[in-house]
Ligand binder design. Structure first.
Ligand code: ZN
Length: 307
């Protein structure tokens, strides 16, 4: 399967943060299996946070272990610190993402640490993963609130660049920019990507976008033009951040696939199979609104995937 772009599905992790009732493990496994069956190459299946803080993630190890049995799937997880990274490694995760916030206010609200403290936490976790013998998981840093913060407002671009440089020096394989609040606009995305990539090159390789202002896919389009080939998204646009008030869900996987394929970029994902995964999601989370233009409108007459 040739893919031009990697669509990394984050619904089972980001999507569940805001959901009130705890999804049973068996339902999560069915959901993840359906996402894999749709051809998604990478799924962020869990976050290794303390279960007393996020009860939705109490089964992180079990879910991760299951996901590693799905053929060819790149299993991604989030870890807040060294302890989380150790648990993620023990569960067999292929990719571990540490998140840091570019906004001091969001860092304190979300991670309960200053930016400087969280940078040290991320470096400690990275040093551990990098020291593992044999084939180690890939190591990603996600810079949250890179395009603005719903608590403090503007986030200086110089802060994001400085953070990206420090993370590259710490040995992270890849550094992603996250529009946690969903405030970014296309010009800003282009400008910040160029600023960061001037310093650390293609190591800044992925974007995590929310669709609060409806500009998520416009931001994808400029990122594609800038050379980005890895995008996070969530089936039906689930998601949000409990510490980013007003932020809405991730960009919709179905619509992202439609956009990328329309731009001639192969994703390897079947839109019809994603519709099947949506049905599982609708049963699992009957109270959650499911978003998405493709699901509403269906396949346009004569439209075909990229060849
Ligand atoms: Zn997010």
């Amino acid at each position: 399967m040739t893919r031009d772009v990697t669509v990394s599905e984050v619904g089972p992790r980001d999507g569940l943060q805001m959901v009130r009732h705890v999804v049973p493990t068996a339902t999560k496994l069915r959901w993840i299996a359906a996402l894999h069956a749709a051809g998604l190459p990478e799924i962020e299946v869990a976050s290794f946070v303390p279960p007393n803080l996020v009860p939705q993630m109490a089964d992180a190890a079990e879910v991760t272990r299951f996901a590693t049995t799905l053929p060819g799937l790149h299993v991604a997880v989030l870890a807040p610190n060294l302890r989380g990274a150790e648990a993620a490694v023990a569960a067999g995760a292929h990719k571990i993402t540490l998140t840091l916030s570019a906004s001091e206010a969001h860092s304190r609200a979300n991670l309960r640490r200053s930016r400087a403290e969280q940078m040290q936490v991320a470096k400690d976790a990275a040093a551990y993963v990098l020291s593992l013998p044999g084939k180690r998981p890939s190591l990603e840093a996600g810079i949250s609130t890179a395009f603005g913060c719903s608590i403090q407002g503007e986030v200086p671009e110089a802060d994001v660049v400085q953070m990206a440089v420090a993370l590259a020096e710490a040995g992270f394989d890849s550094i992603g920019l996250s529009d946690t609040s969903g405030y970014a606009n296309p010009q800003q995305v282009r400008r910040l990507l160029r600023a960061v990539r001037t310093e650390i090159g293609a190591r800044c390789d992925s974007l995590h976008l929310h669709d609060t202002m409806g500009l998520g896919l416009a931001n994808v389009t400029v990122s594609v033009e800038e050379g980005i080939r890895i995008f996070d998204s969530a089936l039906a646009g689930l998601g949000g951040c409990p510490f980013a008030p007003g932020a809405s869900g991730n960009i919709v996987t179905e619509d992202l696939v439609f956009l990328l394929e329309s731009l001639g970029l192969r994703t390897g994902v079947s839109l019809e199979a994603l519709m099947e995964a949506r049905r599982i999601l609708a049963e699992a989370l009957p109270d959650e609104p499911l978003h998405g233009a493709f699901a509403r409108a269906g396949r346009p007459t004569g439209w075909k995937e990229a060849a």
